[in-house]
Design a binder for this molecule. Sequence first.
Ligand code: NAP
Length: 308
Amino acid sequence: MSDQIKLALVGLGTIARSQHLPSIAATDGITLTAIASRNAQEAGLANYTDIDALLAAEDVQAVSLCTPPQGRFAQAASAIAAGRHVMLEKPPGVGVSEIHALRRLAQAKGVTLFTTWHSREAAVVETARSMLADADILRVDIDWREDVRQWHPGQQWIWQAGGLGVFDPGINALSILTRILPDPVFVTDAQLEVPENCQTPIAAAVQMSAGGKAQVSAAFDWRWQGPPQWDIAVQTTTGTITLKKGGAELWLDGVLHSSSEDHEYRRLYARFVELIGRGESDVDVMPLQLVADAFLVGSRSMVEPFHD
Ligand code: NAP
């Protein structure tokens, strides 16, 4: 047990329970010993209502933040200042600049900072990346639609400033996009549809360019009814590579090529253990940068109010 990294989890909500708890339990080298959550508790662990009380009382070496992005900076900065390694749920924060600040703080303190992008760990993402490494890409279409009432029931923070709205799932597509395309992606235009009683969009269309050569179009929509659609189609001069089901399946010219089970969060924790062991950080803001740019260059239209 002595070589185990003792870990604390902050924010015991939907994703912490469905993915983090089982994935930590299945990962060698790391053991969950404490929780900080204002309202929730986990039996058999040391429970606190805030991270500062936890950091003062527990000898954990690492902290995993599963709270909403608003307020994440203060939690991460506290943990880093206390000399603890930090893993951040996606999106790593409410803005890009605070992540650069955290990177500097972690570097100065000599601790690991890991900005996770769970969708990049989906089954076929690395296969698609190697297939596209030398491809001549003609265009990319992202179709990312789900029913917000099914996937985010009662979550107020997604509608508040910094909550990203439909970009909360949409950023998963952007994290895959920026992993599989060989050329840098930048935003050229965007249209954001914001319910009149909310601060964040319920739907968005984003136009991007891959290296100034290929057009990338993304459609994000939370008003979708029925099974979610999480697809990225990359047209190349030799055929079309489509990632379906959020990167669980790879299709070549309409024929299923490969698929595999979901081990996204197990891979994230294995990587966190590896980064800590090596004394390294892994900080990538690019998916969040694209969302920020969509907000910067995009036009907004008000649409009907949203009620959960
Ligand atoms: P959630 O169900 O709302 O849980 C977040 C937890 O954080 C809450 O249970 C809450 O616990 C705590 N919290 C601390 N400050 C909060 C605040 N100001 N407002 C609301 N809750 C606060 O959210 P989630 O779906 O787990 O998402 C958390 C993060 O994981 C987000 O960044 C999200 O993008 C990411 N994520 C979510 C999913 C998903 O499918 N849901 C998938 C992948 C990633 P206490 O009240 O006990 O403090």
